[in-house]
Design a protein around this ligand. Structure first.
Ligand SMILES: Nc1ncnc2c1ncn2[C@@H]1O[C@H](COP(=O)(O)OP(=O)(O)O)[C@@H](O)[C@H]1O
Ligand SMILES: C[C@@](O)(CCOP(=O)(O)O)CC(=O)O
Ligand SMILES: [Mg+2]
Length: 415
């Protein structure tokens, strides 16, 4: 496909079932269509290089064809023949090209990129990938899945795996993106459930369940109700990979204790989906109750953090609503589902207290909405220079939203 090419995918909020989703229990997540990742693919000025520029994490890098010469066709074919798994030989062959990257964030972003690139674009050089995100990174809102979705769609289009036309994304195209972004998530944190990449691919909301053999089934919830909710980012850094493996370790050591917790979380998600499907004033408090219980079970799994308990405790003390951590926990974000009777001034007081006393960041955001989408070269018209400039400087979230946010900025997105 001719360049430049721009792709985008949303972040997500897990309403019920983080962690238990990894153990094949049902879970519900909704996309946060205004917190998005954007990938711009352009020709590189260096024809022999594959170039990355990830300014959000302070990482740029070039690989030359020779550095990747150890990755032969047989290794790539073996990786391509795997279903839902990484090719072990390819993982091993990438150790060399990745060996200089000591920062964990850089390492995993580059591992995900290179694994997907070699599988989907082979030995092609002379391309540059620049990524900007308006979503907090590593905070539980699924930035890893949204970058993986942007890469899968971008590489799929670039190399013609997804037809090189400017038509809306077909079901096959979305399946391709979902499948490859799951592989990207695997590079990022080992054993993802697949819920985050499903929501980032398809948008709206999903009731999701993974099965033992790694296949997934999900129901798209297109008319997800808007619920009054505050997202709070503690800004406490954490790693999904570490938290997920901590839970696995707990489940392995204490199966008779851990398994009922996971099962209960699954029941909770199923019950939650039932309530959400007919949400009204008569059952709204039941939903709040489930949020409270889900957080308690996540605490029992060991994935909360004193910084998250500050939010939960303040919302309980002020009677604002029910709070649970969202995403992998250990820091990052919590969601507070607001009690319908809470007066607006109390909500403001709650947010102010978290921001001023704890230096947290709060977001009020709508749920559901657009999944992945792209702008082909022909749709940039006279905005091309402005878009390229936006990726080449320290752009603010407002600047990115103003130009890039689908259905908001001036660009003609295809989805
Ligand atoms: N805008 C971005 N630029 C570069 N890397 C990113 C970006 N967004 C996400 N990532 C990658 O995703 C990782 C964060 O994923 P994770 O720990 O799962 O947290 P979350 O998915 O909740 O944001 C980062 O370490 C980085 O490798
Ligand atoms: C903990 C988990 O349920 C969600 C992780 O979300 P995040 O990367 O913290 O945004 C893992 C998964 O489902 O893959
Ligand atoms: Mg993630």
């Amino acid at each position: 496909m001719s360049l430049p090419l721009l792709t985008s995918a949303p972040g997500k909020v897990i309403i019920f079932g983080e962690h238990s989703a990894v153990f094949n229990e049902p879970a519900i997540a909704a996309s946060v269509s205004s917190l998005r990742t954007y990938l711009l693919i352009t020709d590189s000025s260096d024809k022999d290089a594959i170039e990355l520029d990830f300014p959000d994490i302070g990482f740029d890098h070039k690989w030359y064809g020779g550095e990747l010469a150890s990755v032969g066709e047989a290794i790539i074919s073996a990786a391509l023949s795997k279903k839902n798994e990484l090719g072990e030989e390819l993982v091993k062959a990438l150790e060399g090209p990745l060996s200089k990257l000591k920062d964990n964030l850089h390492y995993h972003a580059a591992f995900c990129f290179l694994y997907m690139y070699l599988c989907l674009c082979g030995t092609r050089t002379g391309v540059k990938f620049t990524v900007k995100s308006t979503s907090p990174i590593g905070a539980g809102l699924g930035s890893s899945a949204s970058i993986a979705v942007c890469l899968a769609l971008g590489m799929g289009k670039l190399q013609g795996h997804i037809p090189e036309d400017n038509k809306p994304l077909s079901e096959e195209a979305l399946e391709f993106v979902n499948k490859w972004s799951f592989i990207g998530e695997k590079c990022m944190h080992g054993t993802p459930s697949g819920i985050d990449n499903a929501v980032a691919t398809y948008g709206s909301a999903v009731l999701f369940q993974r099965s033992e053999n790694g296949d997934t089934k999900f129901e798209r919830i297109l008319d997800f109700p808007q619920m009054p909710m505050i997202l709070t980012d503690t800004r406490i850094p954490r790693s999904t990979k570490v938290l997920v493996s901590g839970v696995r370790d707990f489940v392995t050591r204490q199966p008779s204790v851990a398994q009922p917790i996971l099962t209960s979380m699954g029941h909770l998600a199923t019950k939650g989906a039932e309530i959400i499907s007919k949400l009204d004033d008569t059952n709204y408090d039941d939903l709040l109750e489930l949020v409270r219980v889900n957080h308690g079970l996540l605490v029992a799994l060991g994935v909360s953090h004193p910084g998250l308990e500050v939010i939960r405790s303040l919302s309980d003390t002020m009677g604002i609503g029910a709070t649970k951590l969202t995403g992998a926990g250990g820091g990052g974000c919590a969601l507070t589902l607001i009690n319908k009777k809470t007066p607006p001034e109390e909500i403001e007081k709650f947010k102010r207290s978290l921001e001023e006393n704890h230096k947290y960041r709060t977001f009020v955001t709508g749920l559901g909405g657009l999944g992945c989408c792209y702008v082909p070269a022909t749709n940039f018209a006279e905005s091309l220079d402005n878009v390229i400039n936006l990726f080449h400087k320290d752009s603010t979230r407002e600047e990115l939203d103003a130009m890039l946010l689908p259905k908001n900025g001036g660009l003609e997105w295809v989805y």
